[in-house]
Design a protein around this ligand. Structure first.
Ligand code: PMP
Length: 435
């Protein structure tokens, strides 16, 4: 039991941090310990974590903790010396990619990785224009924040950035038949290219998250991404896949979410789950791009790929492999989806259930026919779930899609608890809506 109350700690936090650093839930959680898929608060209460992808192989995974401790008690140093770990780690990491994506540069955050990817794409192509979705989040540095107007109220696209509508099969485009959606969204990408060219700007690349996670884990119209990438390449740009959320086996059958498509990106960025909580991120790209960039440009990142970071990264890869966590994402993932679909049959509030391995989006609507987003209800649901000891959150343009993305060791017994609790909460909220 912590001596300080949560109200006092919250006030002290506001005093020294202000209110711009966001906290989850109406009653913020004060966590003190984690283990596997479980989190514990300062009163010793246990929560099932169905939200966090950073502790990818489980909170405080013993293999990762041991690797960190061992390397930290031997040597940790910045990256301007020879060390086995960084070479060995990148050699292992690149085996998970298609041939051609064979070189890497390491960073500490996904934002830095995307920033570096932008620099590399602009340097390599000699062009400036970047195309993104109109509800993107790719990080917090100034160049990257420029891409993410959906999330940051103060961010603005400069003339170097254009966007297209999120490619959403569930909501679609008014007046466009489902079979034509891929072409309609791709036409918007072409329009961005044409508008750039009319303004004297050529396209350096398109940067998208291949599972469109922040956009709401969309079901992408089949063929859209392949068509859009071909258009961008024809115009002289490259494809950057932001795998910061989507990668490292989260999507189950494939190690990387872009591998679900019939395409190979030119650059891939990664982060979040890469160090299981330790700040490790990076860029993998075509060897010719990294070689050209390294010949004339300089990138040095003090902490990107230290001996400790790489020891941790390797332990994450070991845990994924030895604990068969991708297989688990396929089987337990399908089990969770089946449970969510049963709830969809029972509650009209659930408009759509989407899944990709161990990642689920549950889109809530107040009316299935008109698909009015259930914004207030979504907020109520995540807070009621938190009170009952199950942690989830929301995503999407109106924050009305439940975001379920547990650590990868999530098991069917955890899924049973999730579904039973969500069932209770949906019952309450549906009753409130009726009354
Ligand atoms: N890309 C995506 C898709 C993300 O979701 C995020 C973080 N939410 C980032 C990049 C930025 O990563 P970081 O917070 O490590 O800078």
């Amino acid at each position: 039991m912590s001596a300080i109350t949560n109200t006092e700690l919250l006030q002290r936090r506001y005093n020294v941090m202000g209110k711009s650093s966001p906290l989850f839930y109406e009653k913020p959680l004060h966590l003190v310990r984690g283990e596997g898929v479980w989190l514990y608060d300062n009163d010793g209460r246990k929560y099932l974590d169905v939200y966090n992808n950073v502790p990818h192989v489980g909170h405080c995974n013993p293999r990762v903790v041991e690797a960190l401790y061992k390397q930290a008690s031997t040597l940790n140093i910045h990256t301007r010396y020879l060390h086995d770990n960084i070479v060995e780690y990148i050699e292992r990491l690149t085996t998970t990619f298609d041939d051609g994506l064979s070189m890497a540069m390491l960073t500490c955050t996904g934002s830095e990785a995307n920033e570096l990817a932008l620099r590399m794409a602009r340097f390599y192509t000699g062009n400036q224009g970047i195309i993104v979705t109109d509800f993107a989040y790719h990080g917090n540095t100034e160049a990257v924040a420029e891409l993410g107007t959906g999330f940051m109220p103060e961010a603005k696209h400069t003339k170097r950035v254009k966007s297209f509508s999120i490619p959403d099969s569930y909501r679609g485009i008014s007046g466009v038949a489902e079979s034509d959606l891929a072409d309609a969204y791709a036409a918007q990408v072409q329009q961005a290219i044409d508008e750039f060219e009319a303004e004297g700007i050529n396209v350096a690349g398109m940067l998208v998250c291949p599972d469109f996670a922040n956009e709401g884990l969309l079901t992408v119209p089949k063929g859209f991404l392949e068509k859009a990438v071909a258009m961008v390449r024809k115009a002289g740009g490259v494809m950057i896949a932001d795998e910061v959320q989507a990668g490292f086996g989260r999507s189950g059958a494939h190690f990387w979410a872009h591998q679900w498509y019939d395409l190979t990106p030119d650059i891939v960025t990664m982060g979040k789950p890469m160090g299981n909580g330790h700040p490790l991120a990076g860029v993998i790209a075509r060897a010719d791009m990294i070689e050209a960039f390294s010949k004339e440009a300089m990138y040095f990142n003090t902490f990107g790929g230290t001996p400790v970071s790489c020891a941790v990264g390797m332990a994450v890869l070991d845990a994924l492999q030895e604990d068969r966590l991708m297989e688990n994402a396929v089987s337990t993932g399908a089990y969770v989806t089946a449970g969510l679909r049963k709830l969809q049959d029972k509650y009209p509030l659930i408009g759509d259930v989407r899944d990709l391995g161990m990642f689920f989006g549950v889109e809530l609507v107040t009316d299935r026919a008109t698909k009015v987003p259930a914004i207030i209800e979504s907020r109520r649901i995540i807070n009621l779930m938190r009170e009952r000891g199950v942690l989830i959150s929301t995503i999407g343009v109106t924050d009305s899609i439940l975001k379920l993305r547990p650590p990868m060791p999530f098991q069917p017994e955890h899924a049973d608890l999730l579904i039973a609790t969500l069932d209770d909460v949906l019952e309450i909220v549906s009753r409130e809506m009726a009354g």
